[in-house]
Design a protein around this ligand. Structure first.
Ligand code: HEM
Length: 125
C-alpha cells in the first residue's frame, strides 16, 4: 500500500529529495547523479511541485517508465492538482496528423502530372 503524504510533509523532508509529479511523490535522492537533465533541476524542485517543469521538458515514455522506480507514495487526495501530460504521445499525435495531411497533399502532385501526361498523349498522338 503506497504511502499518503501531504505537501507540508514533503516540503519538510530534510534528508533527501522528494518531488511531486502528477500527484505522486518521488524520492529522487539516488537518481540525482543519473538524471540526464542534471541534478540541479531536481534539487531546485525538491520538496515541492515539479509537474509543470517535468511536462515542459516533454519527457519521453522511457523517462516516465523510469520514474516508477523512484515512486514512494501519493499526495493526499485533498491536495491533488490536475496538469495535462505533454510527452511523446502528445507530440507524436500532432505530428501524425501533420504527416497524414502533408502526404495527402504530396499525392495530388503525381496524380496531376499523370493526368496531364495522359491528356498530352491523347492530344498529340
Ligand atoms: C523522477 C523524475 C524524473 C525522471 C525519471 C527523469 C528522467 C529523465 C530522462 C530519462 C531524461 C532524458 C530525456 C528523456 O528520456 O526524456 C531527462 C531529461 C531531462 N529532464 Fe528529467 N526526469 C525527472 C524529473 C525531472 C524534473 C522534475 C525536471 C525539471 C525540473 C527535469 C528536467 C529535465 C531536463 C531539463 C532534461 C534534459 C532535456 C534535454 O536535454 O533535452 N526532469 N529526464
Amino acid at each position: 500500500m503506497a504511502k499518503t503524504l501531504t505537501r507540508a510533509e514533503i516540503k519538510n523532508k530534510k534528508d533527501g529529495s522528494w518531488i511531486i509529479i502528477h500527484n505522486s511523490v518521488y524520492d529522487v535522492t539516488e537518481f540525482l547523479n543519473e538524471h540526464p537533465g542534471g541534478e540541479e533541476v531536481l534539487i531546485d524542485q525538491a520538496g515541492g511541485e515539479a509537474t509543470e517543469n517535468f511536462e515542459d521538458v516533454g519527457h519521453s515514455t522511457d523517462a516516465r517508465e523510469l520514474m516508477k522506480k523512484y515512486k514512494i507514495g501519493e499526495l493526499v487526495a485533498s491536495e491533488h492538482t490536475h496538469i495535462d501530460q505533454k510527452g511523446e504521445d502528445w507530440l507524436s499525435n500532432t505530428s501524425d496528423k501533420d504527416t497524414s495531411a502533408s502526404s495527402q497533399k504530396m499525392l495530388i502532385i503525381p496524380i496531376i502530372i499523370a493526368l496531364l501526361a495522359i491528356f498530352l498523349y491523347y492530344y498529340y498522338f
